[in-house]
Design a protein around this ligand. Sequence first.
Ligand SMILES: C[S@@+](CC[C@H](N)C(=O)[O-])C[C@H]1O[C@@H](n2cnc3c(N)ncnc32)[C@H](O)[C@@H]1O
Length: 301
Amino acid sequence: MQSFITFIQQLEIPQDTQRLFHGRGGKYPQSEHLCLDWFEPVLLITSFKPLEDSELEQIVDAIKQRWQQLAEETPLNLVYQFRSGLGTKTQLICGQVPEPHVVTENGNQYNVHLLKGQNHGLFLDMRNGRQWVQQNTQGKKVLNLFAYTCGFSIAALAGGAESVVNIDMSKGALSIGKRNHNLNDFVGNASFYGHDIFKSWGKLKKQGPYDLIIADPPSNQKGSFVATKDYVRLLRRLPELMSEQCELLLCLNAPELSPDFLKQQVEESINNLIFVGRVANPAVYADIDEEKSLKVFHYKK
Ligand SMILES: C[S@@+](CC[C@H](N)C(=O)[O-])C[C@H]1O[C@@H](n2cnc3c(N)ncnc32)[C@H](O)[C@@H]1O
């Protein structure tokens, strides 16, 4: 854990919301279970292994000391999450979490919820993906599959997209997504479907064709999407939604599946598609095995 403590002792606080320490990448021996995020004005410690009271105390003390040096006048807001699927527990260590809690990334605003559930409303590892979308959507009709809280839609509209269709079977996530649109004054050119993608193809087709299709599915959500069998099923149906100049942004966050897995699935299912490149992950997410890290692939016709 010493590498995490050493990091904290040199910590700087950025303006934008982002990951600060990513032990999960395996680059910090003995700290592989630990992460630190900045959801301004709150620091979030995440551990993927249960911490002894003394270990948590050591981390919290180091953060308090560093905070004292950085921002003596400002109270420290600190949350700790032990992450373990259904056993996930989150606790406020000190200070408070604003309600509503709004954070900023690349000039866009997002609602987050650190004290509720395992995910927080904004996946920080997709920061560069959202930036890519913001830079590549001027005038485009966009389809955001597996939209969650519509992070990609906000980025697309900030980048001048003509319209965005968002679909996700979680109505709760989509309702936060709608709030995100209001927050950024993007009202009118986004639509929202709270349905299973595989059962709503007719609706999606009616609104198409699209110039950019984003697919960011879960790796394994029982009964809804299992990448090893459903990604290919999804890809096979995409051509009927694609415009002449359509581009695809295909994502996969599954350490157990290699970049070649996704490339092969694409080759098997869609003809004449060109692989343009992989959107790099934020530097802080560096992994000793890049095969395992988040994949964000750009394809065009
Ligand atoms: C990895 S999250 C998407 C993150 C999102 N793209 C973002 O950038 O914040 C996966 C989402 O897929 C949704 N989902 C899973 N299976 C689905 C299905 N068959 N149809 C529609 N949505 C689905 C889940 O509800 C979840 O919100």
